[in-house]
Design a protein around this ligand. Structure first.
Ligand SMILES: CC(C)(COP(=O)(O)OP(=O)(O)OC[C@H]1O[C@@H](n2cnc3c(N)ncnc32)[C@H](O)[C@@H]1OP(=O)(O)O)[C@@H](O)C(=O)NCCC(=O)NCCS
Length: 182
């Protein structure tokens, strides 16, 4: 069920998902808007990266840097005055990297309806040492059926990320070898 290096599981104790799960909440202001008057996507992306970074730091017990962000989805516009909640948790861990899943919810300032989901994203963080070199992370221990599903889905994304990277690298190398690009 896991593609972690066996030694990663042997001598670093695991940490449950709930130990690092984090929610970051923020009220949107006029300074956050785009030309249409709704909240700029980059403002939400920053909050997503902040929340995911806090989770990665908590889980790994030290500094962690964003290696990639994918599948950032904006489902509904966010408006000035909305209270945005960014919920993040470790979905999966490898040897030195972690996938953090993030859901973005908005409580509309002028409606009494429950918070609606307005976005989501998956980020990979690498835990690093003082020299910026990758360091080992504790294996995450999924606690609920939802955590276990997210772990399995993260493994699928991990496989696709690695395959896509390898295929693109091979294509570029082939084109250089064939003299199309230098
Ligand atoms: C992320 C970083 C530490 C990776 O360093 P590296 O020398 O390539 O090390 P590795 O190849 O061993 O990768 C480390 C881990 O990150 C994962 N990783 C690296 N790049 C990745 C990417 N683009 N997507 C997904 N995972 C990635 C690797 O799979 C590996 O995971 P594993 O140990 O669990 O198998 C390095 O590229 C870096 O410092 N990047 C800049 C990060 C940064 O500054 N972010 C803030 C944005 S300004």
């Amino acid at each position: 069920m896991t593609d972690q290096a066996p030694e990663a599981e042997l001598d670093i104790p695991g940490k449950p998902t709930s130990a690092s799960r984090t929610t970051l909440s923020h009220i949107m202001t006029h300074g956050d808007t785009n030309l249409l008057g709704t909240v700029h996507g980059g403002v939400i992306m920053k909050l997503v990266d902040d929340a995911a970074g806090a989770v990665a730091g908590r889980h790994s017990g030290g500094p962690a840097v964003t290696a990639s962000m994918d599948e950032m989805a904006f489902l509904e516009p966010v408006r000035v005055g909305d209270l945005v909640h960014v919920k993040a948790q470790v979905n999966w861990t490898g040897r030195t990297s972690m996938e953090v899943g993030v859901r973005v919810l908005a409580e509309r300032w002028n409606e009494s309806t429950p918070a609606t989901q307005v976005g989501s994203a998956y980020l990979v963080f690498a835990a690093v040492d003082a020299d910026g070199k990758p360091r080992r992370v504790p294996p995450v221990i999924p606690e609920t059926e939802r955590d276990r599903r997210r772990y399995q889905e993260a493994q699928i994304r991990r496989t696709h990320r690695l395959a896509r990277r390898r295929d693109i690298r091979e294509l570029r190398e082939r084109r250089v070898a064939e003299g199309f690009e230098d």
